[in-house]
Design a protein around this ligand. Structure first.
Ligand code: ADP
Ligand code: MG
Length: 359
């Protein structure tokens, strides 16, 4: 458990946070200037709050009450910066082994294994200046992980990359997460980065921690949508690869029903988790005409929430799993849907993105 309460005031800005999160990957989300980096620097010990209590697994790193202020290197907090800050005079390999000098705990991290996990084998003798943005970030991750930190802070590491590169680099971060189980604070102002990597979410706005929740609860909660944007609303469903079909498609079983996606690179029987964005689901009632949508799931309406704007949020039960659907209030009226009604949830196969499927 990481627990942070801290207050810091500087001209025109006040930070006042109080958060407690289980380890795993904590997504820290907030607009630019909301105090994310300030909070990260306080946790790492680069900046001192006016008052605060910071502990990790009940061990205090900073405590006004107990007069504790551990020096940054004793906190064993790793920090990956947006601009990587690799040492330009060292090769990639030397940059990564630089982390070794901070490694005190055993079992230690194996250099070769880490390098191969991040596909950096071919880059070791290169200079950081010769790397692409995504490669440089992977080297930054490797250097930080090599020091085997107790906690790793990643401060907007992907914000200079385009969406496609972000996704590719996030896959490497996901590998690190599962291989080394180092608790992380992942800072971003892009909700799409959170879907894959975060386990819980903390919202920071104008220096205040406004809300925190497990990621999947937050992504289905209209309260969080006020910060993340309504297009981030979604649900995750569990499914299993049932068969690979002709035409480059894969059929997943979703209880008694199936979900057809573009071909997945996973064996039959593999368990997957699929993110279904609320705005991508179309609702239908009655007898269906011929439709291009490959996924026509039978569902039951379990909840309806009308918002103040044009949209309404409907929760469906599909074979004991839940889907969230965002449609206009006008459509809801026209379909005259009520809790307990049967309907169809229509999903386009090609509407799914590889980023939405966790294998
Ligand atoms: P974020 O990382 O969310 O963009 P920051 O923590 O960098 O936010 O900044 C929070 C506020 O503190 C902003 O108003 C910023 O201008 C201000 N700030 C950041 N660093 C300093 C500093 N070293 N001295 C004075 N003000 C700063
Ligand atoms: Mg920042």
């Amino acid at each position: 458990m990481i627990e942070v309460s801290a207050k810091l005031e500087r001209s025109g800005f006040a930070l006042d946070v109080d958060v407690a999160c289980k380890p795993g990957v904590i997504g820290l989300f907030g607009p630019s200037g909301s105090g994310k980096t300030t909070l990260a620097r306080i946790i790492a010990g680069f900046e001192e709050p006016q008052t605060g209590e910071i502990s990790f697994d009940c061990q205090p790193l900073y405590s006004t009450k107990q007069c504790i202020n551990l020096k940054p290197h004793l906190r064993r907090v790793g920090y990956v910066f947006q601009d990587t800050r690799l040492f330009p005079h060292l090769t990639v390999g030397e940059n990564i082994s630089y982390g070794l000098r901070f490694q005190t705990s055993s079992p230690s991290i194996d250099f070769e294994e880490l390098v191969s996990l991040l596909d950096l084998d071919g880059l070791l003798s290169k200079s950081p200046a010769a790397l692409s943005g995504g490669e440089a970030q992977r080297v930054g991750f490797a250097r930080a992980v090599m020091a085997h930190p107790k906690f790793l802070i990643l401060d907007e590491p992907l914000s200079s990359l385009d969406q496609m590169r972000k996704y590719l680099v996030l896959k490497y971060l996901e590998k690190l997460k599962f291989r080394y189980e180092i608790p992380m604070l992942y800072i971003t102002h892009d909700p799409s980065e959170l879907f894959r990597i975060a386990d819980s979410l903390v919202i920071l706005e104008s220096g205040k921690s406004l809300a925190s929740a497990p990621l999947e609860d937050a992504l289905g909660d209209p309260k969080f949508a006020a910060f993340l944007g309504v297009d981030a609303l979604c649900r995750f469903v569990n499914a299993q690869v049932q068969e690979h079909l002709e035409g480059g498609l894969t059929r997943l079983s979703l209880g008694q029903q199936s979900l057809i996606l573009a071909g997945l690179n996973a064996p039959v029987g593999a368990r997957v988790r699929v993110r279904i964005p609320a705005q991508d689901v179309i609702l239908a009632k009655g007898t269906l005409p011929l439709l291009s949508a490959r996924n026509q799931l039978t569902a039951e309406v379990t909840d309806i929430q009308r918002g103040h704007g044009p949209g309404a949020l409907i929760t469906l039960s599909v074979d004991q799993q839940s889907l969230l659907v965002r449609v206009t209030a006008q459509a809801l009226n026209e379909l005259s849907l009520a809790v307990g009604d049967q309907c169809y949830a229509l999903l386009k196969t090609l509407g799914f993105n590889a980023r939405d499927v966790m294998i």
